[in-house]
Design a protein around this ligand. Structure first.
Ligand code: FAD
Length: 472
């Protein structure tokens, strides 16, 4: 009998298992991989960021010509590059395996199915007889998987999802990225930096649907120079295996005839992710799944089966690692009888492209939708010493402020390294900070972090480095 079994070893599952063990529970963690890590460590956040780092270095080496430092075109040793990425993954996942052992967690490598609301059957990853496990409480943290284009995806090695693209099978001459969301743009940027001619096709009228348009504009402008083509309001209508590639049919507003049918060496389909809520045997429990396929939970992450909880991608958007880990702590504390709820004021999102786009809290578009009056303060990075010193003046910090209370409700940033600075915005929102708190907080000079302070000064009409008198 396990006091707690956690199904899925991603950033939701392992965070839950580790926290529960730290609080004295006897824990079993089940995942198909050799060590904990989940999608995030094995085929998501971490390998993509290792490759994006390489892309950044390649980009900066090119950019250095502007400052009189000219490097030759890089030669790329794909095996070594793959090895670097894989070594990062192995270091982190084996580290998690070790700290899991140190916490005396029973780690079972296998696939879990529910027998009923108190028992699991676990099929060992290496084959052999299934193992039964009775439990008092369970946390489902089974994550999500890439969505396929309904009726269009063909069985071809040349059509990849994010996992296939991260494997870096080769450096294709041409790549079509289907979907202009963050995963497509991050991986598309990696291939573009390695020398691939990348085309992005997006159904809606802009990249990163859902993100603030003021921020996306900066990214779109840069991607127009690093990518081959960005086709908006365009959809893929067919894919066919061709002799040396995949022939893709597209239709869209104003699409040139030449673009309507094109052959690409490879295609990356990144149109979203779907929750892994079809856990085998789940129908033998009282756990309910909503009409979008997410497991339904209350604010304490409890499903409709009182002893079963669920966290992470499998319970809803945003499908982000840090959201999963925070939900994990709530679920564990709820199991231990604490009065807790997952009620964040802000969950940050970062797109690790160049430039990075990051935001948290209320967006201007949300405010409009809600009919909520807000004041916007924007600080252009072109006026920031540090941004100019690294020759990356394109960027903006945008604060969404309640005009009555002067509380910070939302923060958006775009620019080099924006992702590293958004946490200050999250803290400001969580602590109910006022614009004056940001303004009066001494920020180190010269750093990108000063944009938060300067944007708050813009709100009062007296930013040091831009002239924006407050409208009377
Ligand atoms: P997952 O990490 O999906 O883990 C679920 C685990 O459960 C898997 O290991 C799976 O094998 C296992 N499992 C499923 N069913 C069973 C079963 N029946 N029995 C046993 N085990 C099972 N998020 C960020 O916050 N930042 C990023 O930069 C970022 N980049 C990403 C880049 C890419 C390319 C991708 C694909 C995703 C990225 N994400 C990023 C999203 C992030 O990976 C997910 O939000 C996060 O992994 C969700 O964590 P989770 O614990 O819910 O589940």
């Amino acid at each position: 009998m396990s006091q707690l079994v956690v199904i899925g070893g991603g950033p939701g599952g392992y965070a839950a298992a580790f926290y529960a063990a730290d609080l004295g529970m006897q824990v079993t963690l089940v995942d198909m991989e050799l060590n904990p890590g989940g999608v995030c460590l094995y085929r998501g956040c971490i390998p993509s960021k290792a490759l994006l780092h390489v892309a950044k270095v390649a980009g900066e080496a090119k950019h250095a010509a502007n400052w009189g430092l000219t490097y030759a075109e890089p030669t790329i040793d794909l095996g070594k590059l793959r090895g670097f990425k894989d070594s990062v993954v192995t270091k982190l996942t084996s580290g998690l395996g070790q700290v899991s052992k140190m916490r005396k967690i029973t780690y079972i490598q296998g696939k879990a199915s529910f027998v009923d609301a108190k028992n699991l059957s676990i099929e060992p990853a290496g084959g052999g007889a299934a193992q039964s496990l009775a439990f008092e409480h369970a946390i489902i943290a089974t994550g999500s998987s890439p969505t396929r284009i309904p009726g269009l995806t063909i069985e071809s090695d040349r059509v990849m999802d994010s996992t296939g693209a991260l494997n870096l099978p080769d450096i294709p001459k041409t790549l079509l990225v289907v979907g202009g969301g963050y995963i497509g743009l991050e991986l598309g940027s990696v291939y573009a930096a390695l020398g691939t001619q990348v085309t992005v096709v997006e159904m809606t009228d802009g990249l990163l649907p859902g993100a603030d348009r003021d921020l996306v504009t900066f990214l779109a402008r840069r991607l127009e120079t690093t990518l081959h083509k960005i086709l908006l309001k365009t959809r893929v209508t067919g894919m066919k295996d061709a002799k040396n590639g995949v022939t893709v049919a597209m239709e869209g507003e104003g699409l040139a005839d030449a673009d309507k049918s094109q052959t690409f060496d490879r295609v990356l389909v990144s149109i979203g992710r779907r929750p892994n809520s079809k856990v085998p045997g789940l129908d033998k429990t009282g756990v309910a799944v909503n009409d979008r396929g997410f497991i339904s939970v209350d604010a304490a992450m409890r499903t409709s089966e009182p002893n079963i909880f669920a966290i992470g991608d499998v319970v809803g958007e945003p499908m982000l690692a840090h959201k999963a880990s925070h939900e994990a702590r709530v679920a564990v504390e709820a199991i231990l009888g604490h009065k807790v709820a997952f009620e964040p004021q802000a969950i940050p999102a970062v797109v690790f492209t160049d430039p990075e786009v990051a935001w948290c809290g209320l967006t201007e578009a949300d405010a409009k939708k809600q009919g909520r009056k807000v004041e916007i303060a924007k600080f252009p990075w072109a006026a920031l010493g540090r941004a100019l010193a690294i020759d990356r003046p394109e960027g903006m910090t945008k604060l969404i402020i309640d005009p009555e209370t002067e509380r910070i409700l939302g923060v958006g940033m775009v620019g080099a390294g924006a992702g590293e600075n958004i946490a200050e915005g999250v803290l400001a929102i969580e602590m109910a900070a006022l614009a004056s708190d940001l303004k009066l907080t001494i920020h180190p000079h010269p750093t990108m972090s000063e944009t938060m302070m300067e944007a708050a000064e813009v709100f009062f009409g007296h930013a040091t480095h831009v002239y924006r008198p407050k409208k009377k």
